[in-house]
Design a protein around this ligand. Structure first.
Ligand code: ADP
Length: 279
């Protein structure tokens, strides 16, 4: 995009001049493209399980009508597909709700220790299935952070669920929380003071470097088939990114292929409104 500015010619005989205003709409066009891409992706993600459901219904009403063995098998698959659609719709709704409030600072106070303890308890069945252990290293002295409890619970739920999904069987996931004097370089400039740093470390397949910058994009997956098989929607990290942004915090991802990944969230201990607002 080039804007050439030439001196205005002398005014016409009646004194009038021409004023030319050019607006660079590149960002607007890009946003519109992203929105269209998102709708196309979301529709595609919903259409796939829906097509499968319709296919099975047709088979059950036709050729497999009297085949009880096939019916039971198909019903299990159909339930899986319906649950996949439900997860996707829930994640889409969460994302749009969070985006709507992203520029409104959170008003509540959240006890991250309690959130982590409950989240780990809730994920116990998933951990058990893969003989995995989640170890919490969270001192009971860590202070509460200004934030929306339910949103922060979703952040840790998504990160921990991923650690269990992508972690190897019979390994340990370490969750560590500690207060640090300041956040990392990608912390918003307004969040300069001390932070709570929470990291979730898994021993899994790891993520190649080239994927890291795109991981929090909606529907971006390293391996789509594998993510779907594990029940992923491709929206979990996008949700995390938006919630962390609303809390004026930062998300960092470190990973080594073959060894595992660490997802770290920094949350400012002081409310965006200034001292004293985070009581
Ligand atoms: P999904 O529902 O597919 O897990 P996410 O947005 O949570 O979607 O994550 C996006 C992608 O990032 C995943 O599909 C996976 O490829 C990768 N990923 C996320 N967490 C991990 C992890 N702990 N280890 C390895 N890869 C991960």
């Amino acid at each position: 995009f080039t804007l050439v500015v030439e001196p205005l010619p002398a005014p016409a005989a009646d004194g009038s001049r021409v004023l030319l205003v050019l607006n660079d709409i590149t960002t607007l066009v890009r946003m519109e493209e992203m929105r269209a891409d998102f709708v196309a992706n979301a529709s595609h993600e919903l259409r796939t399980p829906l097509a499968s459901l319709l296919g099975f219904i047709e088979t059950l009403r036709g050729p497999a009508r009297d085949d009880t063995e096939a019916r039971d098998r198909f019903l299990v698959i159909m339930q899986d597909q319906a649950e996949r659609m439900r997860r996707l719709i829930e994640d889409l709704l969460s994302l749009s709700r969070i985006e709507l409030h992203e520029h409104t600072p959170p008003t509540g106070t959240a006890d991250v220790r309690e959130i982590l303890t409950r989240t780990v308890e809730g994920l116990e069945p998933q951990a058990h299935k893969k003989a995995m252990t989640v170890r919490l290293h969270v001192p009971d002295t860590i202070p509460a952070v200004p934030g929306e409890r339910d949103e922060l619970a979703q952040v840790f739920q998504n990160l921990l669920a991923n650690a269990l999904k992508y972690g190897r069987e019979d390994t340990t996931v370490d969750v560590t929380a500690v207060v640090v004097p300041r956040g990392p370089a990608n912390m918003p400039a307004t969040s300069r003071g001390p932070c709570l740093r929470v990291s979730v470390r898994d021993r899994g397949e790891g993520i190649a470097k080239e994927h890291l910058p795109r991981l929090t994009e909606r529907f971006y997956r390293v391996d789509t088939a594998r993510s779907r098989k594990l029940g992923g929607t491709g929206l979990g990290l996008a949700i995390v990114k938006h919630i962390v942004a609303r809390h004026r915090g930062a998300l960092t991802i470190d990973s080594t292929v073959g060894e595992g990944s660490t997802f770290t969230v920094h949350l400012p201990l002081q409310a965006p409104g200034g001292p004293g607002t985070a009581s």
